[in-house]
Design a protein around this ligand. Structure first.
Ligand code: ADP
Length: 561
């Protein structure tokens, strides 16, 4: 076997079997553990959910019989892990500022009783350092592991300010290797993690992001109960989700509304959000983990606390905040590797609120970054091509075409497959002239050079001072008062050959593709649209071709009903 993935000395596997019950390490696990135990090197590990991060930081001190410190953002998660370790006869404890019995725990820590000590980032960057120094002196620290390390970065999601101070640990414990772990990190976030945590010559270990067991799909919101029912199966008179399900909602209010509807369907369920007491949240979590409730309805802010390997469905009722949060949230599904589904219901107006928040941000670079992340999310929701590839392309430094197999991994691929099946059936009957609705050349990649020219001309004729809606009124030759003073300009009504909503969809697609950019208008919901550098150079080159796959917005206007 590959020595990178498998230890040559059998004693490592004996410990693995004895304490963790596994007969071998998963790919990458040994590489990481080896780098901690034998090279004592700092590492930044990016590992897709479900690959087995916990083992990487729990194993070393079990092997050496010293102590590992794990910094993790959520107390409930740490408590679960402590329980799990204790059940496997591995001594573990949690220490936070408000911890009862902490005197005894601290005493035992210094005696070397515990293999794994969990602490919060706040504790680690404050009062905890003195304790850690004592433990290090008496027992020796093996490893400082920082879980959910993307919280260190403002460029990621889930930013948590206490994480930023964790860099001090490297100064206090220069000889102890630091292991930073996360399931999502783009290049920017990765750099930020290494820099902020002051990792020294870190090895960067990345498993890839694909989660082949997740099926991805999207639809527009309509009526909440029928939306939810469309994700369930009916047995007798009772609707049911097909297994443990998380429904994410954007706000507390929405969470309560959806929770009431699910409850009304007689499905054992529980809400989970910041407005509930800690005791209620703990109870909801327990009931979900123990299969006493089938559905948990949670705000995204608290979703991180839900830890269950056999979640079969993750539903977003409302557009996710951005593409990176979305990846993290669907990561909660199917950690056991079994097929699981991830569905988003969204409405166009969901984006307004996000956009409003972004417009309020002071730092311009940061505002632009967030706007881009939101654009990516919109692109994901509206694409008519493979959603998995789109999601992966955000994280992997590869071209779309190199991102692997795509049959039947999302609604779009499934639809395409279904269409080609129907198409060949119709062909075989020589019925091609009577193709059923939804089959046609309109789905594939097409050249929209003429449309792009007309749209860019219209934007520039209007001096790049308006939002997309006004530009579309102009192109469509509308009687609206908003464009009445422009009726004499050249190009007015030039876009009548396409429907206004098609133009809107097209304009947005050009924003996602980077030909156009939206500029926020300060202190308002609005934004103006102008040509980006890419758009200007396309136009300047007198380019005669602009190929892209139409988005769902554009298709809605061309596809027969
Ligand atoms: P992550 O934190 O990366 O999402 P976990 O640490 O929760 O993943 O592990 C995911 C699942 O994989 C768990 O159910 C765990 O028991 C299992 N697992 C981890 N390592 C191994 C291994 N070497 N062999 C078999 N199963 C493993």
């Amino acid at each position: 076997e590959d020595p990178e993935n498998c230890p040559s000395d059998p004693k490592y596997l004996e410990v693995l079997k004895q304490y963790f019950g596994y007969s071998k390490f998963r790919p990458m696990q040994w590489k990481i553990i080896n780098s901690v135990l034998n090279d004592k090197r700092d590492s930044c590990v990016v590992m897709a959910t479900g690959y087995g991060k916990s083992l990487c930081y729990q194993y070393p001190s079990v092997f050496t019989k010293r102590t590992t410190v794990v910094i993790s953002p959520l107390i409930s998660l740490m408590q679960d892990q402590v329980m799990g370790l204790k059940a496997a006869n591995i001594e573990a404890c949690f220490l936070g500022s408000a911890q009862e019995n902490s005197t005894q725990v601290c005493h035992d820590l210094k005696r070397g009783k515990y293999r794994v000590l969990y602490i919060t980032p706040e504790y680690a960057s404050g009062a905890g350092v003195t304790h850690l120094k004592e433990i290090d002196k008496e027992v020796g620290l093996d490893l400082i592991a920082i879980d959910e390390a993307h919280c260190v970065s403002q460029w990621g999601h889930d930013f948590r300010s206490a994480y930023r101070s964790l860099g001090q640990l490297k100064q206090s414990f220069p000889q102890v290797p630091v292991l930073a772990l996360t399931a999502t990190a783009t290049h920017e976030v990765r750099l930020d993690i290494c820099r902020s945590l002051r990792l020294r010559n870190p090895s960067i270990i990345c498993t890839g992001f694909d989660r082949p067991n997740l099926f991805l799909s999207v639809s527009l919101k309509s009526d909440t109960s029928s939306d939810l029912r469309s994700q369930m199966t009916k047995q007798g008179n009772q609707f049911n989700f097909d297994g443990p399900t998380i429904i994410y909602c954007p706000t507390k209010k929405a969470t309560n509304e959806v929770a009431a509807i699910v409850k009304g369907m007689n499905i054992p369920s529980a809400p989970y959000h910041a407005g509930l007491s800690q005791a209620d949240r703990n109870q909801a979590h327990r009931q979900f983990v123990n299969d006493q409730v089938q559905v948990i309805i949670a705000t995204v802010a608290f979703g991180m606390g839900i830890d269950k390997p056999d979640v079969r469905k993750v539903i977003h009722y409302g557009a996710p905040k951005d593409i990176e949060s979305y990846y993290q949230e669907v990561g909660r599904a199917g950690r056991d590797g079994m097929p699981s589904q991830c569905h988003v219901f969204y409405a166009e107006k969901d984006f307004l609120t996000s956009r409003h928040f972004i417009n309020e941000m002071q730092n311009e670079k940061f505002r632009e970054h967030k706007m881009k992340m939101l654009g990516k999310m919109q692109q994901y929701l509206k694409t008519s091509t493979c959603r998995r590839r789109l999601l992966l392309s955000h994280f992997e430094n590869k071209k779309l075409d190199d991102l692997g197999g795509t049959t039947n991994c999302c609604d779009n691929c499934r639809r395409k497959l279904e269409r080609s099946r129907q198409q060949s059936y119709y062909d075989s009957k020589n019925w091609s002239s009577v193709l059923p609705p939804g089959i046609g050349p309109e789905d594939g990649e097409q050249d929209f050079a003429k449309e792009a020219q007309d749209l860019f001309d219209a934007i520039q004729t209007l001096g790049s001072r308006f939002g997309l809606a006004t530009v579309v009124l102009f192109l469509s030759g509308s009687h609206s008062q908003r464009v009445s003073r422009f009726t004499n300009l050249s190009g007015f009504g030039k876009g009548k050959y396409r429907k206004p909503n098609w133009w809107k969809g097209f304009g947005k697609a050009l924003i996602y593709e980077g030909y156009l950019k939206e500029v926020a208008v300060k202190d308002s919901f609005g934004s103006t649209v102008e040509l980006s550098r890419k758009g200007i150079s396309w136009k300047g080159a007198g380019n005669s071709s602009l190929k892209m796959t139409p988005t769902s917005d554009m298709l809605a206007e061309t596809r027969p009903p």
